[in-house]
Design a protein. Structure first.
Length: 241
């Protein structure tokens, strides 16, 4: 019986070693504080921390299990008024920890599928739900192409008036995608436009892809948006790279 227990313990230890996840380090190079948030997809567990404050110049590592799929974003302009926490952009419901809640649009998204046992990872920066701040995803280690996914441009500064998202003081703090702004099926790739063939790029998605060629500009922008890396890399997400 004792031997059985040892074998089970060793098998479990081996399992822990093989199915290693990724460390994702969030780095804030913006000149202002951001509040990163994360949300796991339906088939994955929420991370142990789903939101925190990240002052300018600071970094924080987050452990992600494998397999895992989900997204990160950063809230801006957050404050605590009479005990109610809220943010100008990408709020997840009046709490520093998002606890499974998603983000308000417009928000730049950093999306990941972390595979286990040396499987392939997928990652991208997405402007499909609009943009709120520049960002990049840099793999560390790993094997395969492992290119940097990024949207380093400040799209807020170039945002067409009909897409602008302003804070209470009137500053442009986000840029809505055409889907978020207008909701038409041809912009949202919904209804009769729910396939790559029936949802081509539009002048609005081209505005985003001209600004950020290495990020998703609309839902079927897979060729531009999708990045892959194998061999269990770690990642750095940089805000304002
Ligand atoms: C896109 O096209 C629409 C309709 O033709 C036009 O009203 C709009 O100004 C254009 N937007 C951009 C960003 O070029």
């Amino acid at each position: 019986m004792a031997n059985t227990r040892v074998v089970i313990s060793l098998s479990f230890a081996f399992f822990l070693c093989v199915a290693h996840g990724a460390q994702i380090t969030l780095t804030n190079k913006c000149g202002y504080t951001v509040w990163p948030g994360s949300q796991a997809n339906a088939n994955s567990a929420q991370l142990s921390q789903t939101g925190f404050e990240l002052p300018s110049g600071q970094s924080k590592p987050v452990d992600v299990p494998a397999p895992w799929s989900g997204k990160f974003w950063a809230r801006t302009g957050c404050s605590n008024n009479n005990g109610v926490f809220s943010c100008a952009t990408a709020d997840c419901g009046n709490h520093v920890e998002c606890s499974g809640a998603g983000e308000a649009t417009p928000a730049s998204l950093m999306e990941f599928t972390i595979a286990s046992n040396g499987g392939q990872d997928f990652y991208d920066v997405s402007n499909v739900d609009g943009f709120n701040l520049p960002s990049s995803i840099t793999p560390q280690g790993g094997s395969g192409t492992c290119n940097v996914a990024s949207c380093p441009a400040n799209i807020n500064a170039a945002c067409p008036s009909e897409l602008q998202f302003k804070d209470s003081g009137g500053s442009v703090v986000g840029c809505k995608s055409a889907c978020v702004a207008f909701g038409n099926p041809e912009y949202c790739c919904s209804g009769d436009h729910n396939t790559p063939a029936t949802c081509p790029s539009t002048n609005y998605s081209q505005f985003f892809s001209n600004q950020c060629p290495n990020a998703y500009s609309y839902a079927y922008d897979d060729k531009r948006g999708t990045f892959t890396c194998s061999g269990s890399p770690n990642y750095v997400i940089t805000f304002c790279p």
